[in-house]
Write a protein that binds this ligand. Structure first.
Ligand code: GDX
Ligand code: MN
Length: 436
């Protein structure tokens, strides 16, 4: 099986990127290494110089290219990854598997490639790496993507993907074809790309295996939460874009068990707490105050009072889920006040979680995050089932409700059965039995 390993990169430490390229080039399962650059900058030039020597030492093809303009949103990592899909697809002789790894990973090893290849040998279409993470890391993954997927599709595999934003994954040729054929994926040129790959994979019924990498992902650090604002907005926007989509497959999804979390990961602090407290006071406008009126009182007055003095008690799990629903209905990514308000709401949520749960230690914090996601799945899933029962009762033509193991579990989104997220019209009852 011929595999290609791709590292998308923008501005990274050249020595780190080259070390990763050498690891990939040396691997027996890899025939081509592809570096997709955001543009021709210093990192690009530094890497270009070293390529002939790496090619020669390993007898492998190393391609360095600047990303194409594929999508229609901010040109970012999505254009980089989607450019790689096209290069992979057109490459001759034909390649079978495409791996992606972030270029800035300092803990990358040949094992990451071998584990993914072993799993692909079992014919999974998509193999996703997942890692132990610090309790203050991954706050877009937990608060935005996992909560959003659980609210919208509580019965589907998508609600159970461990790290739906992870940039480390292997795609079979079949998976690449699915993504190339999906307009939602190809237009996603920004940070929303990871959300779209995950969504498109589940929606099209690709089989997924999540493999555990116990050493964890050590990579370039960011300063405060402010650095994550663009990523937050684009990842939320990606969820909002697909909120009305119906998922009517229940494909294979297997997750390798996790292991004990290394001390370095348990003790790492993911962001600067003091700096982040100040974020709640910055960049207020009267327009943001007006938009806040759309939210429940407790949230609106809580966030307003955080302008004067650090406050976060108002943004517990339930408040965040309520805020999330309002955001799904109203957020507008082209309006800077909405972007800033989403950012502040999320910052207050992250600080609440940190002060209330991270303080109690690593295990308590992680179990809280898992409980939050589970609770969203439970309450949203119950609403889906309740609504179905009501529809069955009110429509004599439909007859008995199907058994819970068939149609309830194949329930698509709350949108489809109109379970009250306020996202649209109540569509007709749909009782097809899923292909499992
Ligand atoms: N070609 C290209 N074009 N590469 C880019 C661009 C771009 O515009 N922007 C970033 N990259 C590269 C970057 O150099 C790195 O290799 C990789 O993409 C990831 O970017 P990084 O700044 O390291 O992001 P971060 O915060 O580490 O996030 C990554 O992990 C998140 C996660 O683990 O959850 C990234 O893969 C996210 O997509 C993912 O959500
Ligand atoms: Mn990184």
């Amino acid at each position: 099986m011929a595999s290609l390993v791709c590292f998308p990169f923008k501005k990274e430490r050249i020595d780190v990127v080259l070390k990763n390229v050498r690891i990939a080039a040396k691997h027996s399962r890899v025939s081509v290494v592809l570096l997709v650059a955001a543009g021709k900058n210093e990192t690009y030039e530094g890497i270009a110089k070293e390529i002939p020597a790496i090619e020669q030492a390993n007898g492998k093809k190393i391609i360095l290219k600047v990303q194409e303009r594929v999508g229609s949103l901010r040109p970012g990592k999505g254009d980089g990854m989607n450019s790689a899909l096209k290069i992979f697809h057109d490459y001759r002789p034909k390649l079978q598997r495409l791996h992606f790894y972030d270029a800035d990973i300092e803990s990358f090893s040949p094992l990451w490639i071998s584990k993914a290849e072993d799993s692909a040998d079992l014919e999974y279409d998509l193999v996703r790496h997942y890692f132990p993470r610090s309790s203050t890391d991954a706050q877009i993954t937990w608060q935005v993507t996992r909560v959003g997927f659980s609210l919208l599709w509580p019965h589907k595999n998508i609600a159970h993907i461990q790290q739906p934003l992870g940039g480390e994954l292997l795609m079979s040729r079949r998976a690449v074809k699915v993504f190339l054929d999906s307009p939602e994926v190809m237009e996603r040129s920004d940070w929303g790309i990871d959300t779209m790959y995950t969504f498109a994979a589940v929606k099209s019924g690709l089989s997924i295996n999540e493999i555990y990498v116990p050493q964890g992902k050590l990579h370039a650090l960011y300063g405060g939460l402010r650095d994550l604002k663009t990523m937050l907005i684009e990842c939320f926007d990606a969820v909002q874009t697909i909120k009305k989509e119906i998922i009517d497959t229940n494909s294979v999804h297997h997750v390798q068990a996790g292991e004990a979390v290394p001390v370095e990961v348990r003790e790492k602090i993911g962001y600067d707490i003091e700096k982040s407290l100040e974020l709640l006071r910055e960049n207020w406008t009267t327009e943001q105050e007006t938009l806040l009126k759309l939210f429940p009182d407790r949230i609106a007055s809580g966030l307003m009072s955080a302008r004067n003095f650090p406050k976060w008690g108002f943004m517990d799990e339930a408040a965040w889920v309520n805020a999330y629903r309002v955001l799904l209905d109203n957020f507008d990514k082209d309006n800077e006040d909405w972007c800033e308000l989403l950012f502040k709401l999320w910052v207050s949520r992250v600080i609440h979680y940190t002060m209330r749960h991270v303080l109690r230690g690593y295990d308590a914090a992680l179990s809280e995050l898992n409980a939050m996601v589970r609770n969203v799945q439970l309450s949203s899933g119950k609403k889906v089932i309740q609504k179905r029962k009501e529809l069955v009762k009110s429509s004599p033509l439909i007859g008995e409700p199907p058994s819970p193991t068939t149609s309830y579990l194949s329930a698509t989104s709350e949108e489809q059965i109109g379970a009250g997220l306020g996202l649209g019209e109540t569509p007709p009852f749909h009782s097809s039995i899923p292909s499992v």
